[in-house]
Design a binder for this molecule. Structure first.
Ligand code: ATR
Length: 281
């Protein structure tokens, strides 16, 4: 390490669980870059100070994770249009003059992973059903709108959160009631894409139980949960012969943009990277 060593990291509280250090370290090593990527445990009360000292500590920028993604928007000097639409930022770039620019790369990560996993599907042809209305769902909806999906049906346990997304993101989104499982299943008719953004199906969480019988045979099912990689939803979808996309790629692709900005090389998402990050978990 020298004065020229470029630093980046992930700021969160807690931040122990993050797989980003394994991911970025793999790319740094693969490209022989003089840099590192570290965990930055930062309490919410210290977020502003921690962000403001990045330039003087030789940091090219950082990722932000829970609980800092919204609060950082009020601190940094510039937020991209994408970050504003999503209402949260996950990547910060230190500018040559020390100013902090932030963006959100989750929508890019989501759509790039989806296109890589289902390369022959034209998502402009049919409505999508998105389950969940948290921060991840917001990035997914923005990505789907930009990809030209004609209609997004958004089902969430707390209907008001889905209605809020529909109000703030525009007309192509329609909130759907969650308690009535039959109604959700009815929404599967003529859908080209089903995405789970809820925490259901994650390790130590209940499974997502949904009857997929009404999904067209051409539909793609994407679970953004990646621990475990093969969720009950994906097993169920495979049993119906549907095309499946798992959630790990969203994490890997969203990281490309930050790495390129900090270290000057666009890294690739490969099978070796997937294996490495899975083992790190
Ligand atoms: P993130 O920012 O990662 O999307 P989040 O904002 O905590 O995380 O959102 C979690 C999502 O999972 C929400 O849509 C949540 O539903 P509510 O808005 O009603 O809280 C959904 N979720 C979590 N546990 C759930 C459960 N047991 N049943 C149904 N939905 C659940």
């Amino acid at each position: 390490m020298s004065e020229k060593t470029k630093h980046a990291g992930v700021m969160g509280w807690p931040v122990d669980h993050s797989r980003s250090p394994a991911l970025h370290s793999f790319w740094l090593h693969a490209h022989g870059i003089d840099g590192d990527y570290v965990r930055l445990p930062v309490e919410p009360a210290n977020l502003e100070t921690a962000l403001r000292v990045l330039p003087s500590r030789g940091f090219a920028g950082c990722n932000l994770t829970v609980p800092h993604k919204e609060a950082a928007m009020e601190i940094v000097d510039h937020v991209s249009d994408e970050g504003r639409r999503i209402g949260a930022v996950n990547t910060v770039f230190v500018q040559p003059d020390g100013r902090l620019h932030a963006t959100n790369t989750d929508a890019y990560g989501f759509i790039t992973n989806l296109r890589a996993g289902a390369p022959n599907t034209d998502f402009r042809k049919a409505p999508a059903l998105v389950l969940g209305a948290g921060g991840a769902a917001r990035a997914v909806c923005v990505a789907l709108q930009d990809a030209g999906v004609p209609e997004i049906r958004l089902a969430n346990r707390t209907l008001e959160r889905a209605a809020y997304l529909a109000r703030t993101l525009g007309k192509s989104i329609r909130a759907v009631r969650w308690e009535d499982r039959a109604e959700i299943e009815a929404q599967l008719d003529n859908v080209g894409l089903l995405v789970n953004t809820t925490t259901l199906g994650m390790k130590n969480q209940p499974a997502l139980e949904i009857d997929l019988a009404r999904l067209p045979a051409s539909a793609v099912v994407n679970d953004i949960v990646y621990a475990p990689l093969e969720t009950e939803l994906l097993k169920n979808a495979r049993a119906h012969g549907l095309a499946c996309v798992d959630g790990l790629g969203m994490l890997l692709y969203q990281a490309q943009f930050g790495f390129e900005g900090w270290f000057g090389v666009k890294p690739e998402v490969t099978a070796a990277l997937r294996d490495h990050v899975l083992k790190a978990g």
